[in-house]
Ligand binder design. Sequence first.
Ligand code: ZN
Length: 188
Amino acid sequence: MPLEIVKYGDPILRTKGKQVSKITPEIEQLVTDMLETMRENAGVGLAAQQVGKAIQLTVIDTRQTDRPSTLEIDGKAVEPASMMPLVLINPVVNEAEGEQIGPEGCLSFPEITAEIRRADRVRVEATNLKGERFRFHCTGLLSRAAQHEVDHLNGILFIDRMDSATKAGLSGRLKRLQKETKKNLKRR
Ligand code: ZN
């Protein structure tokens, strides 16, 4: 079942996610629903906070776009598409190297995109749905998506990564979105 996406202005987006200690049937169902929600909205990634759950869980699927990515496991190149969709439980991003600047959007910020500076290459470590810890290195869009999603799990949003001029240019739209979200929250 597709879920409603939480928009900017909802405090849950600023809440750090709790560790997932056990992969329960509820977690499995949430993953299924998050994958459906991501696909329905043509998103590249979706964090649990964006569907109202502050836990360390995110899904990524870079097949939605043709922007390039690379992926390596134990130093060996792997076709990124063969790993999609990625389910990352309790993920950690580290070993950041290099830099990429490119357009980025977020399903919690409809119609807002901006150039965001990110590391080019990162190492991602996470648990899969079988409860196994796995690791990979990635670059390009996949690396960008992993950094964006792991930020979400820590309550960090892409507007925090914008340079100040870009953020200032968007401030009117951001304020309107925030106001509208708060109004909708009160109505519930
Ligand atoms: Zn996002």
